[in-house]
Ligand binder design. Structure first.
Ligand code: FES
Length: 58
């Protein structure tokens, strides 16, 4: 499933980045070579990042 339509970022890729890098979703986007465009995904992306780091599966 895509979490960010503007950048075509998949949830599984965001979860992978959350395991390898510190910071919030916006920081992880930058680590992945993207930057937020419309920013409508950032809240949900932050929830996914927190869930991944808490060990909650998709
Ligand atoms: S949907 Fe992620 S920046 Fe627009």
């Amino acid at each position: 499933m895509y979490i960010c339509i503007c950048n075509a970022i998949r949830e599984k890729d965001l979860r992978c980045a959350a395991r390898c890098h510190a910071g919030d979703a916006e920081t992880l986007y930058e680590e992945m070579g993207f930057s937020p465009q419309c920013c409508q995904c950032l809240h949900d992306a932050d929830v996914i990042v927190a869930a991944e780091r808490a060990g909650i599966p998709a």
